[in-house]
Design a protein around this ligand. Structure first.
Ligand code: CU
Length: 175
């Protein structure tokens, strides 16, 4: 009986982390012309970080800023509806900012002459848990935005990254 109770407790403790439907989600991006711009796969890791695996296409050659923006809206061609950077922690912009940085700041991605780019980031300042204060799926969600230029990692609030050239809405997957 005691063994059974212990097993049950172990089960209850581990179940939510593996059984939640929102431990991972795939976001489809579109570019300003409405073309398929690839995917961003988000995964809540066991260590509390979120992994973001980008696989981009139909994006022009060069280094591009990648941000999470505050509204779950991707309105081509300018994607202004996505609003400003996702920033529940109320910090200034830039991964190299000594005062911290927006929750939506991510490293740049390098896109090749074939207009494709791959990158994987792991960050501890985002969450897929809808009840977390830094959740990217709470309140209807957020958006992942690719910019025309690289982020300089310091200029507040935009990182001087220029226009928005691709976007994907991040929402909680339906069970
Ligand atoms: Cu941005």
């Amino acid at each position: 009986m005691r063994i059974l109770a212990a097993a049950l407790v172990a089960c209850l403790m581990t179940a939510p982390a593996v059984a939640r439907s929102n431990d991972s989600l795939t976001v489809h991006l579109k570019n300003s012309k409405g073309q398929d711009a690839g995917t961003a796969k988000f995964k809540q890791l066991k260590d509390g970080r979120v992994e973001i695996k980008l696989s981009l296409k139909n994006i022009y050659f060069g280094e591009h800023a990648v941000h999470i923006h505050e509204h779950p809206v991707c309105d081509a061609p300018d994607f202004k509806g996505a609003g400003g950077h996702f920033n529940p922690s109320g910090r200034e912009h830039g991964l190299e900012n000594p005062k911290g940085h927006h929750n939506g700041d991510l490293p740049n991605i390098s896109v090749g002459e074939d207009h494709m780019g791959e990158a994987t980031f792991k960050v501890d300042y985002l969450s897929l848990d809808p009840s977390a204060s830094n959740s990217i799926v709470a309140n209807g969600g957020t958006a992942i935005v690719i910019h025309e230029h690289a982020d300089d990692m310091k200029t507040d609030p935009s990182g001087e990254a220029g226009n928005r050239i691709a976007c994907g809405v991040i929402t909680e997957p339906k069970p």
